[in-house]
Design a protein around this ligand. Structure first.
Ligand code: EPZ
Length: 418
């Protein structure tokens, strides 16, 4: 099992190019089941993407990866494919559930393994099934699989989600693309990754309108020419490196981004006293001597993202006084807290709120990654801790951070994989 070794307290300076978004790539790859011939660029070549590609190949999609220019070509001219997403592929990457909508809407049947839970929560899929049933799917659960069919095809309708779900919105959007007639999704998620999926579905021929938290999908035109799509930047990776710069940056500049998508995160860092400035496609950040405490609640976009909660918590350990983070999205997303405590962080948890006292001096330790974002918070802590930090189980990191060590090493961090 590989580990990361980090020698802390090395001031960072340099430029980091942000990769394409894992969480935009996954639904767009799944939606490519509906396309004849597409070319995706700026796809981050991380573990979850390769798992999704394996699943698409298993289904029968023709795939060509060009690692140099980071493009992926997908071809599907098949009348019949393997409409099965097996447990062995879905259990390691929950987003495998996103092939359910496309398979159902194009081939009128699908057998997809229930994804099961993960470290951060039980991760149910009831909202996905709720939306597909509304579109006319017949769904039953048997032996851990979702068995769905729509003999006459899916039919557009009005779907009002009882609660916010990124994945369920994505499944419903892709399914509605292939349904007969108009579909209106209300109370749905409108994360930037969903907006990117919508721009992709428009290229595939859907006419789609966004009105606040409502998305209207009106039928589709025949599209046959080859489709090109560039994946949006990864705002969570961007936020992670902004926090690294806020923690220990002389000056870090992140580029290949659209700063307005990070407006909320930038404001929060500014409120904490971080020196931050943005230009058209980049943001520069520098560590202030003094950091101010702050109280945050994680919310759906444009609120503060749950995927940056663990990273911001590390910054809060260096702020003066008591800060708070309320985790509203997932039921078990404080797995990084015990590991941060072992490094000297003063954190207590009560009723889904973490109370963080700072500034506290962190010391290097041997720690263990538990989920993707918790692992990167341990990297951030290692960057500011005395001595050396060893992070185990870094396969969690490899699921969603492209070239992490290389990007940090280019900014003078002392970090290596062993
Ligand atoms: C997506 O997960 C992201 N994953 C997550 O990022 C992200 O944390 C999450 O959205 C919230 O922004 C991908 O895009 C691949 P949800 P998703 O459905 O779609 C509950 C990362 O680190 N829920 O918006 O699974 C659910 O349990 C990952 O990159 C139901 O109850 O999130 C959670 O409490 C982690 N029923 C809440 O809704 C459902 O059918 C939000 O989940 C679906 C979800």
């Amino acid at each position: 099992m590989q580990k990361l070794l980090i020698k802390g307290k090395k001031k960072l300076s340099g430029t980091i190019s942000i990769s394409g978004s894992k969480n935009a790539s996954l639904p767009i790859l799944a939606a490519s089941i509906l396309a004849k011939n597409v070319k995706l660029s700026n796809v981050p070549l991380v573990k979850d993407i390769f798992t999704m590609l394996e699943l698409l190949k298993f289904i029968g999609i023709k795939i060509k990866i060009n690692k140099n220019n980071k493009t992926i070509e997908l071809k599907n001219n098949k009348k019949i494919v393997n409409t099965l997403a097996p447990y062995k592929l879905v259990k390691t990457m929950r987003a495998g559930i996103l092939v359910l909508g496309p398979l159902l809407t194009k081939y009128r049947k699908a057998k997809v393994s229930l994804p099961g839970g993960c470290a951060i929560g039980t991760r149910p899929v009831d909202l996905h099934l709720f939306a597909l049933k509304k579109l006319g799917a017949n769904i039953k659960i048997k032996d851990g699989y979702i068995i769905a069919e729509a003999k006459k095809g899916l039919v557009g309708t009005n779907i009002k989600f009882p609660s916010n779900s990124v994945g369920a919105t994505e499944n419903a959007l892709i399914a509605a693309h292939g349904a007969k007639g108009k579909t209106t999704l209300s109370n749905c998620a409108i994360e930037p990754e969903i907006i990117d999926l919508i721009s992709y579905l428009k290229k595939l021929g859907s006419k789609i309108k966004i009105l606040g938290r409502k998305i209207i999908i009106i039928g589709k035109e025949k599209k046959t020419k080859k489709i090109n799509h560039r994946i949006i930047f990864d705002r969570i990776e961007a936020g992670t490196y902004l926090i690294a710069g806020a923690l220990i940056g002389n000056k870090i500049t992140i580029n290949k981004i659209f700063p307005k998508i990070l407006k909320n995160e930038i404001n929060i860092l500014k409120k904490m006293g971080v020196f931050i400035s943005s230009s058209k496609n980049s943001i520069s950040v520098r560590n202030p001597q003094k950091l101010k405490r702050i109280n945050i609640s994680t919310k759906p976009y444009p609120g503060f993202p749950t995927d940056l909660q663990a990273q911001l918590m590390v910054l809060m350990t260096q702020a003066n006084g008591w800060s708070q983070i309320k985790e509203n999205i997932f039921e078990n997303r404080f797995m990084h807290v015990p590991e941060l405590r072992r490094m000297g962080a003063k954190i207590k948890i009560k009723d889904k709120i973490a109370y963080i006292f700072g500034p506290s001096r962190l010391t290097g330790a041997e720690v263990m990654a538990t989920d993707l974002r918790a692992s990167v918070s341990l990297v951030l802590a290692g960057l500011i801790a005395d001595n050396r930090t060893i992070i185990n189980r870094i396969y969690h990191l490899d699921r969603g951070y492209e070239f992490l060590e290389k990007k940090l090493k280019n900014c003078k961090a002392q970090i290596k994989r062993v």
